[in-house]
Design a protein around this ligand. Structure first.
Ligand code: ADP
Ligand code: MG
Length: 312
């Protein structure tokens, strides 16, 4: 077959500059900082966090309590404003949004599910009514609202709750309805902050299945904060946050050699200054302490215990 020169050959010089960090990602956090100022102390909840999420992904965020997970989600949800750095979701710059932009952003671009089941719903509204609400605010015609609410409740297995109020539903049903509320206006990104945190493992599985449905069938890119290893074990990518920064990532791929087997590869995240965190198990296994010996090999970098020829 004859090859026709591609259009890339005639691109102007400007287009050939190195692309901006995360230019093709749906969610971009670049050196993100959030400092909470209280009377006497300053808390750096996010200390230069980098994160990219691509369209169609489902990513789990894990990390110890206080590591900045909720702060990150609130920034991405447009509920909280970062102090410095760059945060962009579907082309919206979260550091430079007007109040009106923020309202539109929260209504159309992102959906947010909180951990506390009671905070996601309204006590006196039925499931149909509460899913209808964001669409009413967005000016969607009544017929369309009713159809979409019905479809969403059906998709996550809570159609039987349509006429029930929160106190007539189980915790898992409430969280699945909350997912429908978050999806009502067909957002690009669904954010969920420990949505299964208050649930037993069986119910948690149902909620996780609903998030999967949102991702696979309803087209939402999903970012879910979780403590639940059963959840993080099932998503393709798990990002660990430590002290307000992303520290490592586990990527699961379908192994072509072993039918249907997922195998996990662990990656460390390197920041702009080249800093990498060596996982504790690795440090302990080789007794790596303050100073280590680095050497550049043909295709890798080796890290060895200081002063020892023996350890490789
Ligand atoms: P996580 O969700 O991982 O447990 P958070 O994002 O809630 O962590 O909190 C990160 C850090 O920021 C913690 O030290 C927490 O105490 C602090 N923090 C969170 N929200 C506030 C706030 N509104 N005011 C002051 N400090 C806060
Ligand atoms: Mg939290």
């Amino acid at each position: 077959m004859c090859r026709v020169p591609g259009p890339e050959l005639s691109l102007p010089a400007a287009a050939q500059r190195p692309a901006e960090y995360g230019h093709d990602a749906l969610v971009v956090c670049d050196n993100l900082v959030r400092i909470y100022q209280t009377e006497a102390v300053e808390v750096q909840a996010l200390q230069g966090l980098d994160l990219l999420v691509h369209t169609g992904e489902m990513v789990a965020i894990v990390g110890a309590s206080g590591s900045g997970k909720s702060t990150l989600l609130q920034v991405l949800a447009g509920v909280d404003a970062p102090t410095a750095g760059r945060a962009r979701v579907a082309g919206h710059d979260l550091l430079a949004m007007s109040r009106a932009d923020r309202v539109r952003y929260r209504r159309h671009v992102v959906g947010f599910v909180r951990q506390q089941t009671s905070r996601n719903l309204v006590p006196y509204l039925t499931a149909s009514q509460v899913v209808d609400l964001p669409m009413t605010l967005a000016g969607v015609p009544r017929k369309e609202r009713r159809e979409r609410a019905g479809r969403l409740l059906e998709a996550v297995g809570v159609a039987h709750c349509a006429d029930r109020r929160p106190n007539q539903m189980s915790g898992g049903e409430q969280q699945r309805v909350a997912i429908c509320v978050a999806l009502a206006n067909d957002p690009r990104v669904l954010l969920a902050d420990e949505p299964t945190g208050e649930l037993d493992s069986e119910t948690a599985r149902e909620v996780f299945t609903a998030l999967r449905t949102a991702n696979r069938d309803l087209g939402a890119t999903v970012v879910v904060v979780t403590h639940d290893t059963a959840v993080s074990g099932q998503v393709e990518r798990t990002v660990a946050i430590r002290d307000g920064r992303t520290s490592s990532e586990v990527v699961r791929r379908l192994n072509p050699d072993v039918d249907g087997e997922h195998h996990a590869e662990e990656y460390a995240v390197m920041d702009r200054a080249g800093r990498v965190q060596v996982p504790r198990e690795y440090r302990e296994a080789l007794d790596l302490t303050r100073r280590v010996r680095l050497s550049l090999e043909a295709d890798h970098v080796s890290v060895r215990k200081d002063g020892g020829e023996s350890s490789r």
